[in-house]
Design a protein around this ligand. Structure first.
Ligand code: AMP
Length: 282
């Protein structure tokens, strides 16, 4: 696997692949890789001739009081995992490579889709995401890019700016990878103590309860949100940031749930903010 750390190195690598007529799949990550990331890599591997992963803790998507400094960085272990799923190249730049002195251009997706859910709680977050993903797609000259349903709102935002800015890439969404006990895999799970990890199971449990109610005919949005909230309240270590249902992928408000309804939650367990979601289906 090639390790690319400069803009020139990734540009040369992509140019070479293009010259050979190869399709390029890009999988952007912030590292501390787990099975969820590897699912994305495998999808890319199956669909594209060349797979480029990026491992970059992107400073512009973190708020001032968020965990940018504390975010887990374990590049050597990440490389081993990427090799195990036959990734061709990993792009791992320093922040100053991506945002050199004088940098002043950002991709700002305006409107409702960035103002709700995580957008309401994390001002500037999606501006940072949209900016870095635009840069990565351009650098990698990606034909396909792969993102997880774990960040379902992020996928909506990315699809929006890709369409609005006429970027020539196809965005793929991959289902949430979970541990056997239901916990959605996340790099931030490494922050959890054993007791907190146990408490964090309430997230997937609460969504499962709403999914079961939907399967039994419950269609009222407020009732479904209430089922999730009630379940979360049973766990003393859980503090709710939001429990919300919207149409997916539009993120428009709904009065009745249907099979394309996204039920999304953000919950703090101790100091760690976790997100999870389900798309309802009968
Ligand atoms: P991150 O490193 O957290 O920025 O995530 C990089 C990509 O992996 C994003 O597209 C995430 O949605 C995706 N991802 C993270 N966790 C999971 C998971 N448990 N299942 C599927 N995709 C995931």
């Amino acid at each position: 696997m090639e390790i690319l750390t400069t803009l020139q190195a990734i540009k040369d690598y992509a140019a070479q692949a293009k010259k050979q007529g190869k399709s390029i799949g890009l999988v952007p990550t912030m590292g501390a890789l787990h099975e969820g990331h590897l699912t994305l890599m495998r999808e890319a591997r199956a669909k594209c001739d060349i797979v480029i992963a990026s491992v970059f803790v992107n400073p512009t998507q973190f708020g001032p009081n968020e965990d940018y400094d504390a975010y887990p960085r374990q590049f050597a272990a990440d490389c081993e995992k990427l090799e195990s799923v036959n990734v061709d190249a990993v792009f791992h730049p320093e922040p100053a490579e991506m945002y050199p002195e004088g940098y002043c251009t950002y991709v700002n997706v305006e409107g409702d889709i960035t103002h709700k859910l995580c957008g309401a709680q994390r001002p500037g977050h999606f501006r940072g995401v949209a900016t870095v993903v635009t840069k990565l797609i351009n650098l990698a000259r990606a034909d396909e890019a792969f993102f997880g349903q774990k960040d379902a709102q992020q996928v909506t935002v990315i699809r929006r700016f890709v369409e609005d800015l006429n970027i020539n890439v196809h965005i793929n969404m991959v289902p949430i990878a979970r541990e056997e006990n239901g916990l959605a895999r996340s790099s931030r799970n490494t922050y959890l103590s054993p007791a907190e990890k146990e408490a964090a199971l309430v997230l997937s449990r609460s969504l499962k309860a709403a999914k079961a109610a939907f399967a039994n005919g419950e269609r009222e949005i407020s009732a479904l949100e209430h089922i999730v909230t009630e379940e979360l309240h049973k766990e003393p270590m859980a503090n709710i940031d939001y429990v919300k249902a919207y149409a997916y992928p539009s993120l428009k408000p709904l009065t009745e749930a249907s099979e394309d309804t996204l039920l999304a939650i953000a919950v703090k367990i101790g100091k760690t903010r976790l997100i999870d979601n389900v798309i309802l289906s009968a």
